[in-house]
Design a protein around this ligand. Sequence first.
Ligand code: SF4
Ligand code: SF4
Length: 159
Amino acid sequence: MKTLMVTDPQMCSGCEACITTCKKAYGVARARKTDTIPIFCMHCHPDKAPCRRICPNNAIEVVDGEDGEILIVNEENCILCKLCTIACPIGIIAIDKEKKSAEKCTLCLESDNIIPACVEACKDNVLNVFSIEDLQDLKDDENLTEELREAIKTFKSKS
Ligand code: SF4
Ligand code: SF4
């Protein structure tokens, strides 16, 4: 299972390319602007995800993606009650008025992109995909911030 996150908020220029790219790809942005950095679905564990647990019509389903299990909205089953938008702790679920359905990040499961479109669009190279194992390794590392800064610097100097 993988998740998306801004690895170094200080290096995010706030250009919102990730959000506009997502909106262009799916009609509705599945990421959200804040006063500081953009925020993305945290890809909660399928058994615990508040959006899935609250849905009265089992419209939020678990599917197998290349990166492990991913939660998607089955538009056919969505009755647009919007409970998931209230239950999500970061309010990241969007509503697609045309499709009459809730919308959430799928890490671009439905596209041919190898990496999510937002990650590709980020010119600041601050957006990355992590697995749970990666995150655990980072969590165990006391020098997290410094190491990440160095890694990003190296990545930027090579790109
Ligand atoms: S809006 Fe759709 S996906 Fe969200 S809780 Fe209601 S039925 Fe489920
Ligand atoms: S939409 Fe919200 S509650 Fe659902 S998996 Fe993403 S962060 Fe978790």
